[in-house]
Write a protein that binds this ligand. Sequence first.
Ligand code: HEC
Ligand code: HEC
Length: 274
Amino acid sequence: MNNRQARLFAIGSTAVAAILFLGMTLDSHRQFPTLTNADNITPEVIHGKDVWHKYNCINCHTLFGEGAYYAPDLTKITQHRGEAYLHAYMRDPSKFYNEQKHRRLMPKQDLSEQEIHDLVTFLGWVSEVDNQGWPPRPILVTGGFSQAATHAEAATAPPADSNSDPRALGESLFATAVPTCMACHSLVPGADGAGPSLAGIVTRTEVLLQSDDYQGQATDVEGYLHESIVNPSAHLVPGDMYSAGGTSFMPTGYANSLTDEQVDQLTAFLATLK
Ligand code: HEC
Ligand code: HEC
């Protein structure tokens, strides 16, 4: 390459890079309105953000991965936990503690009901922002369970490796359902999160169905598992951290978002957890 060619090459490649950069910048700007969910910023959302700052939630938590790393990222918390849980949690976080686990605790903030309402609205808005996978994984403290932990335990279940086996399909649905069951349930004995560990659910349910404590309609274990998914409040697992006022904190939407077949697959999978 002589000098002239080298100069042309340098100018040419700079021009191509500049055009690419400009194009991508324009394209990003074109997408910002939908990605940022900006249209849905209501006065309540703004007030919720003020409450978020007033109580310095950011000193411990992150949103979009920004903030302090003492406590879980809350970007998608509304999807992972639901609004009923968030209301109850902010009223009194101490109800959700399990002292045996020596976890980091959240101080009670003494928020007013209005502040809680606005905060939940704000966090709901945040959760609708298309963060394109950032932060890369939900950083959950209270019971975010890794797929590895879930699978290690499931390996003790009867072989369910065929793609058409309902138990295998149910096992993958356990991770992929929206919201994912794993955000709240582990399959490790004793590892309760926002929902109880489902290890040993079959044996536990057999005992429950024999007792007077059972409040639902099911007559056998599979019926109970099915009912737990489509109608979580039919029978409540005792504990202030699991329900309030007779309503479970487990999302109620699975009856609509999952097909009957999928619920059967999940039931078949859970029925292997003796
Ligand atoms: C002093 C630190 C601190 C402050 C300030 C704080 N939090 Fe927390 N928060 C925590 C910790 C630690 C946890 C996890 C507790 C656990 O593991 O049970 C938590 C948990 C939560 C959870 C439940 C997360 C889950 O995975 O279920 C929510 C919701 C929450 N905080 C919201 C808030 C909001 C809103 C504020 C501001 C009003 C706030 N926090 C202020 C430390 C804090
Ligand atoms: C936001 C957290 C959350 C998510 C997500 C969630 N659950 Fe739950 N689940 C709970 C809570 C809380 C309870 C206990 C209260 C109750 O009885 O409903 C529960 C109870 C259950 C029970 C009964 C447990 C027992 O010990 O008797 C089953 C079975 C269950 N869930 C299955 C599922 C499945 C399957 C999914 C995914 C399709 C799922 N859950 C998603 C929170 C959750």
